[in-house]
Design a protein around this ligand. Structure first.
Ligand code: BGC
Length: 264
């Protein structure tokens, strides 16, 4: 519809391609409704604190609270900070060890009244979202996303297709796991300067690029908000850019996963 001057007066139509994502982290369980055409949240995200201890049943309770907050009755995509294969959580480096061996599809399926769920690794979800809608959107070939937080999460994508559960934060480099060497928690715990920490992270990135030759590293996690302070200090060769979806990437990736019926 146009007015007398030929300007469109049609109101933007409400998004119709919606899905729901929940990002389970060590400190918070965050969820929201995602517009899959734009990768943006429709309305605010909602967060509850991750119960401590973060056992499967306690976390499932938190997930239900988040989903019910939105009165969402459809399928739900979820992330967890560990390896998920054949519906089962295999590792739990930074979450309650009770997750190891848990059938996460049964757990969340039951807690959410038998609806369809997809459950995937947190960094994998963030990688899918950044690759489609964020810092990797215009990049062809291999893109690697790293989340720098309590641990280091990794995602590898090639032209939008994910290689799940890469777990490069646990690669042993100079006798130490990468995440014990260069996560943002290590920087905080040791009170390192950006300069000192960037040196450690450069060693990790140089190791990854020598093995995988990505076109781009995307760095996420809280510390990526200050990327302009430390990215220039890195000495590796592959370009490094900050994630652009910030704290919604996990939610968006989880929603993409359930929409695609992804099972890792
Ligand atoms: C876990 C990964 C996870 C990462 C970030 C690591 O310790 O092993 O599965 O993606 O932390 O949460």
């Amino acid at each position: 519809m146009t007015d007398a001057e030929g300007t469109s007066t049609a109101r933007p139509s409400a998004p119709t391609n919606l899905a729901f994502g929940v990002d389970v982290g060590g400190s918070g369980i965050k969820g929201g409704v995602v517009d899959l055409d734009t990768g943006e949240l429709v309305g605010e995200r909602f967060k509850v604190l991750t119960p401590q201890p973060s056992t499967p049943d306690a976390v499932a309770g938190g997930v239900v609270e988040v989903v019910e907050h939105f009165d969402w009755t459809g399928p739900v995509g979820l992330t967890l900070p560990g390896v998920i294969t054949d519906a089962t959580m295999r590792t739990a480096a930074n979450i309650d060890k009770g997750w190891i061996g848990t059938d996460v599809y049964e757990l969340f399926g039951k807690a959410l009244g038998g609806r369809q769920v997809s459950v995937l690794n947190d960094a994998d979800a963030a990688g899918m979202a950044e690759d489609r809608f964020g810092a990797g959107a215009d990049v062809d070939g291999v893109v690697m996303l790293l989340t720098l937080g309590t641990g280091i999460g990794s995602a590898i994508l090639i032209n939008g297709t994910l290689v799940p559960n890469t777990e490069l934060g646990h690669m042993v480099i100079d006798g130490k796991e990468a995440e014990h060497m260069a996560s943002s928690k290590v920087k905080e715990d040791k009170d390192w300067s950006y300069h000192k920490w960037a040196g450690k992270l450069s060693t990790v990135l140089e190791t990854y690029e020598a093995l995988f030759w990505p076109k781009l590293f995307i760095v996420g996690g809280g510390i990526s908000r200050k990327a302009d302070k430390w990215v220039p200090m890195l000495s590796n060769s592959t370009p490094v850019v900050a994630a652009t979806l910030r704290n919604t990437a996990g939610i968006v990736g989880a929603a993409m996963a359930v929409d695609a019926g992804l099972r890792t």
